[in-house]
Design a protein around this ligand. Structure first.
Ligand SMILES: O=C(CO)[C@@H](O)[C@H](O)COP(=O)(O)O
Length: 241
């Protein structure tokens, strides 16, 4: 079994940094009202190693300190990471691991059961692209993935099949809920917040009548601008010094 203490110093430092980030980001799930009880998880790939960090299963968000974040290899097997050997990683670990193995550009994965996104998942209905925020963030509709049972590669396969070649960073797994991906865990958490927001707004809009879809050329322009122009660019003040 891989022992964390036997790994190179730079890998151990990268694991420690990922544990800090993943522990802190779990607080965003209840803060943004994306989860009840312990029903959601965040993971992040460890830079420069075939490892990722994920929360332990069924532990209260209040108790998710960096030192209880579980370290797994890309098969989803917990390594000897210094935590109690009885501490089990998230029940969705196999799904996260499958995504990291098959989507090398992905550095973070999030799963929640947030109410509105999960309501669309229960209907197995994609959220149509009727909001500029959707075009900006997801570049089109939020797709639905197949129904898959928890515990093996099935969920991961469904996520990868649905999101490979899609601009969407979110998939609604049928009858289950949203899974989101990003370049790192923070980006995947942002996508989880955004998918819930747009699922809620489009649901409310449909109570008023049928929302109007945005033409594809406008979706493309909005996506291009948001991904490449929106926000702050260039070196930070620290980098300029
Ligand atoms: O969907 C499920 C279980 O049915 C999971 O997403 C849990 O709701 C969260 O599990 P842990 O990450 O705490 O194992």
């Amino acid at each position: 079994m891989i022992r964390l203490d036997d790994l190179a110093e730079d890998v151990r430092a990268a694991v420690a940094a990922a544990r800090e980030r993943v522990a802190a980001l779990h607080a965003e799930l209840p803060r943004n009202e994306l989860v009840v009880w312990t029903a959601g998880n965040v993971s992040e790939r460890v830079a420069g190693a075939d490892l990722f960090v994920i929360k332990p299963s069924g532990v209260s968000y209040d108790e998710l300190a960096p030192e209880v974040m579980v370290v797994c290899d890309l098969d989803g097997t917990k390594i000897d990471d210094g935590t109690d050997e009885r501490l089990q990683p998230s029940s969705d670990t196999a799904a996260h691991a499958y995504v990291y193995r098959h989507m090398p550009e992905v550095g973070g994965v999030v799963h929640t059961h947030s109410t509105y996104a999960t309501a669309w998942a229960a209907r197995r209905e994609p959220v149509p692209c009727v909001l500029t925020m959707m075009a900006d963030e997801f570049g089109g509709e939020i797709p639905v993935g197949p129904f898959a049972l928890i515990g093996d590669d099935s969920i991961g396969r469904g996520i990868v099949e649905t999101l490979s070649g899609s601009r969407s960073r979110a998939v609604l797994m049928a009858n289950h809920g949203p899974f989101t991906i990003g370049k790192d865990a923070r980006a995947a958490v942002k996508a989880a917040v955004m998918v819930e927001e747009v699922a809620r707004t489009v649901h409310i809009s449909r109570q008023l009548g049928e929302p109007t879809r945005i033409p594809q050329s406008d979706i493309d322009s909005l996506y291009e601008r948001y991904q490449n122009v929106y926000g702050q660019h260039g070196p930070s003040e620290e980098q300029q010094r």
